[in-house]
Write a protein that binds this ligand. Structure first.
Ligand code: NCD
Ligand code: ZN
Length: 348
């Protein structure tokens, strides 16, 4: 099937994004606001965004950093800790400041030291979320040192997710940035309160891309890319038209110097070319006709938010991607940097 010369979509949203703060926030927010109307903003700052007042301040800082003339709504999340106060959460959600709560198992990923050790302690928070109809967003990996890093997502389903959802069947849960066929199968088998996001890079990378021919720190993120059979399952889920799977880039900027290091940071910065990358994957699977629903409809429907009104247009024009995104702190490597992509987001 030949691809059309251009593709116009309802303006999409990014349902999982890291914007950081300070100079990094200033440097990266425009990459997202050019592509997306809204984004679910992750709270893993140092210190984390734990209370509604922190979220309100962070939201103001993001809005102040959006380039003039661009409309962008950051949807804020609270970083769940064992001290999270259900009443503070209620006030934040009712005031329209907080959209969701993020659960990081302690130590699972970048800046997650303050995360949760025992999920049962948080049952009152989960009850409040259920009452408010606000979703719980989960980084689904166990942190047990005895579990191999490639198995941590699959083990999380059995050990944590199934028991949690049995205790709170009405709680809306987003299983974030899934990387395994196990997660796809679990999400497919469950009812409408469970959905999952898929990143652009996990639709394209397997663990060979990380390790064969030399270690590629710019392909390292968490959850780590798995073997090819898993990548194919993710592709199938993304392009299936099943509304339980929607777009969340997990774009996570780190300085090149911090990634090319003896202990390289986890995170892939895909914001500048996110739609172009997803379009490339959907085109490869003859599924361009399903990109709009994945990028612009299934996410807001799950969150109970209105669909965006505007449109964006992707042109099928071969376009080289710059290697790096400049910031005052140093360069950040762009996912696909140095490659030529077949699609280009039309500006304006
Ligand atoms: C994220 C980051 O850098 O904040 N890194 C990543 O590899 N995805 C944290 C996260 O979402 O796990
Ligand atoms: Zn993330």
């Amino acid at each position: 099937m030949t691809a059309p010369p251009s593709l116009t979509l309802r303006t999409p949203d990014d349902w999982h994004l890291h914007l950081r703060d300070g100079a990094m926030l200033q440097a990266v927010v425009g990459a997202t606001s050019r592509q997306f109307r809204r984004a679910i903003v992750m709270p893993n700052l140092v210190p984390p965004v734990r209370q509604s007042a922190d979220a309100a301040r962070y939201r103001d800082a993001i809005l102040a950093a959006v380039p003039p003339g661009q409309a962008f709504d950051p949807l804020m999340t609270l970083y769940l800790t064992e001290e999270t106060d259900p009443e503070d959460l209620r006030r934040g959600v009712e005031a329209g400041i907080v959209t969701a709560v993020k659960l990081y198992p302690a130590g699972a990923t970048t800046n997650s030291d303050a995360g949760v050790r025992n999920l049962r302690v948080l049952d009152p928070v989960f009850e409040m979320l259920t009452r408010l109809g606000a979703p719980l967003l989960i980084h689904g990996e166990v942190v047990d040192p005895e579990i191999d890093i490639f198995d941590r997502e699959a083990v999380f389903i059995e050990r944590e997710l199934i028991p949690l959802r049995a205790r709170h069947p009405e709680l809306k849960v987003v299983f974030e940035h899934i990387t395994t066929a196990d997660a796809v199968a679990y999400v497919e088998s469950e009812g409408p309160t469970l959905a999952a996001t898929l990143t652009a890079h996990h639709l394209r990378l397997n663990r060979n891309d990380l390790l064969v021919g030399g270690m590629r720190p710019h392909h390292f993120c968490l959850p780590v890319a798995k073997r090819e059979t898993h990548r194919l399952a993710l592709r199938k889920a993304a392009t299936s038209g099943n509304p339980k799977f929607f777009l969340g880039t997990d774009s996570a900027p780190h300085l090149v110097a911090d990634k090319e290091s003896a202990c390289g940071c986890a995170g892939i910065f895909s914001a500048p070319i996110a739609l172009e990358s997803y379009a490339t994957s959907f085109e490869e699977d003859n599924a361009l006709g399903r990109l709009e629903a994945f990028a612009s409809e299934f996410g807001p429907r799950f969150y109970g938010l209105p669909l965006n009104k505007g449109t964006v247009t992707l042109e099928r024009i071969a376009t080289p991607v710059e290697a790096d995104w400049p910031t005052p702190l140093g360069p950040v490597r762009i996912y696909h940097g140095g490659e030529t992509l077949a699609w280009r987001l039309k500006s304006g």
